[in-house]
Design a protein around this ligand. Structure first.
Ligand SMILES: [Zn+2]
Length: 140
């Protein structure tokens, strides 16, 4: 078998990854009211009068938002056929390996793939989908 790589040395690529995201959500204790009033509210113990609390989303696909340039290509044949890349920005020889199945040639393609993969994740709620879509839109 002859493996060929989709990308070449010097190509710019965009990685996507499945990660948890930090989200500021309305405080469930004061419903965000403690931040928006000049009245002397008792201090909200939950949010410290910030009106929001930090929550982490389940893992979702998003681009990692750094431009990468292919500096090394690694093709593995025989055990588990795969093509991986090392990039100038993260180190050649030692550094991160990028799986071909998780990289794209443009940010738009990377975002489109994230939309697709996140739709397949049925555990996401509608409101989380909206939040993640907003993050993806902001990356265009
Ligand atoms: Zn609160």
């Amino acid at each position: 078998m002859i493996l060929t790589s989709k990308y070449n040395i010097g190509d710019v690529i965009y990685e996507i990854a499945s990660r948890s995201h930090r989200m500021d959500v309305e405080c469930p204790e004061c419903n965000g009211k403690s931040a928006n009033t000049s009245e002397s509210w008792a201090k909200c113990q939950k949010c410290n009068n910030a009106g929001t609390v930090v929550k982490y989303s389940p893992r979702v696909w998003t681009p990692t938002q750094c431009v990468l340039t292919v500096g090394m290509i690694k093709c593995e044949v025989g055990y588990k056929d795969k093509v991986e890349y090392m990039c100038n920005e993260t180190g050649i020889g030692s550094g991160r390996l990028y799986n071909e199945e998780e990289i794209y040639s443009s940010m738009n393609d990377a975002i489109a793939e994230c939309y697709k993969r996140n739709k397949e994740g049925t555990e996401l709620t509608a409101s989380l989908h909206r939040t993640i879509d907003k993050i993806l839109e902001g990356m265009r």
